[in-house]
Design a protein around this ligand. Structure first.
Ligand code: ADP
Ligand code: MG
Length: 392
């Protein structure tokens, strides 16, 4: 069985244009795309000012649109998984009448970016959103929607200032309009991803170092468990809070400023749960640094071992895995030619990421499909570029 081939960008764009014509009766004038991402290692470290190592995927959110002169914004999503209604209309925000989050939920990610966009005045516009990033699958359809929206607004009204601040505006949109207190990784990788590279991102300094990932002999396989336990959304803010209180108890600004020695010395100051959460974050930051070095020297065995250690730490110390993710990791690791596998994303469902020899990918997918107690779907993707304006 084959992995779902990432929709070709061109096909996605054609779909968005056709939907725009149907809905608004004219050709769109502008098109942009922003990718989803997979995090190879460095989980739950971004909001601890730590290191992450994601790559942008050949899965995209595409936005096509056209300015209009009456100060109204009309948005349509073609996604069957977005909540109803699929079309919303509202006025361009003003100081007196700012936008507020509401229903449908999917539009909040876009409204948040429009509200926080740093330049203006924005004109009204019509836009259609189409995406090949699975919604809610842990591959960051949310950040790709925010970044696509931001990139679209830049075409209507150029922004000024640092590129990094774009990621912050998108993150702010997710915090205040979607109610998700996410870190900065997803927005950064969707904006700045580089073809054939993973990005080592330091979430404290916001420095980005590309790490080559173009060896044709290896592949990155993403396996969607197709489960999403509702616990996830409530546990995420709790984990964040536990990490913050652990850092505070240790007298540090964030867990980035703590090493294993500090943690052992300060153990008495922490509750057992705070200690375990901190142990995951501190060790994961170290693993991410080692993994980036291993990838730079094509040392896939070491990289794979670090992925497995990351998974075990997320399962045992951070307690964000679930039986389905554990089973997917175990099944992948039982096939020769697999270097490493781990849950990726927030946890409690979503996807695993596996580093393997390219020619065993089919065998791994077959094995998982036969043995996994649920229904898995697969993505084999190379590392892609970040957000782009698409010529029409
Ligand atoms: P993930 O980012 O892992 O895919 P999230 O729960 O963070 O999962 O974000 C998923 C939500 O983002 C969806 O439920 C929907 O509200 C919104 N979303 C993402 N992509 C789209 C899209 N193409 N159309 C409409 N809504 C979208
Ligand atoms: Mg998300």
């Amino acid at each position: 069985m084959a992995a779902t081939r990432p929709s070709e960008g061109a096909a996605l764009l054609a779909e968005a244009r056709a939907a725009f014509r149907r809905e608004f009766g004219s050709e769109p004038a502008l098109a942009v795309s922003a990718p989803g991402r997979v995090n190879l290692i460095g989980e739950h470290t971004d909001y601890n000012a730590g290191l992450v190592l994601p790559m942008a995927l050949e899965l995209w959110t595409v936005l096509v649109g056209m300015p209009r002169s009456d100060g109204h914004i009309s948005l349509l999503t073609t996604s069957e998984h977005a909540d109803e209604p699929k079309r919303v209309e509202f006025s361009v925000p003003t100081a007196e009448k700012p936008l507020e989050p509401g229903l449908p939920r999917w539009a909040n990610y876009m409204k948040g970016v429009i509200q926080h966009y740093p330049a203006g005045p924005l004109p009204g516009f019509n836009a259609v959103v189409t995406s090949s990033v699975p919604l809610g699958g842990g591959l960051s359809s949310s950040a790709s929607l925010e970044v696509a929206t931001y990139t679209f607004l830049q075409q209507l009204c150029p922004d000024s200032g640092a590129a990094i601040s774009r990621a912050m505006v998108c993150q702010q949109a997710e915090h205040s309009f979607a109610g998700v207190p996410c870190g900065i990784m997803d927005q950064l990788i969707s904006l700045f991803g580089q073809k054939d590279h993973a990005l080592l991102i330091d979430c404290r300094s916001l420095e980005i170092h590309p790490v080559p990932l173009s060896d044709p002999g290896i592949a990155v396989l993403i396996t969607n468990s197709n489960v999403k336990h509702s616990l996830g959304s409530s546990q995420y803010p709790i984990r964040r809070q536990q990490c913050e209180s652990a850092a505070k108890a240790l007298g540090k600004k964030s867990l980035r400023d703590v090493d294993m020695k500090d943690l052992e010395i300060g153990k008495e100051l922490l509750t057992n749960l705070e200690y375990l959460r901190a142990r995951h974050v501190v060790s994961e930051i170290q693993r991410t640094s080692e993994a980036a070095a291993a990838l730079s020297s094509s040392n896939y065995l070491v990289f794979g071992r670090l992925m497995v250690e990351s998974h075990n730490s997320l399962r045992d110390d951070f307690e964000v895995s679930c039986p389905e993710l554990d089973q997917l990791v175990m099944l992948a690791l039982s096939v020769p030619g697999v270097y490493g596998s781990r849950m990726t994303g927030g946890g409690f469902g979503g996807c695993t990421v596996t580093l393997l020899e390219a020619d065993v990918a089919t065998r791994v997918m077959q094995h998982i499909q036969e043995q996994y107690k649920g229904t898995a779907t697969f993505y084999l993707s190379k590392a892609a570029d970040g957000a782009k304006v698409q010529p029409l």
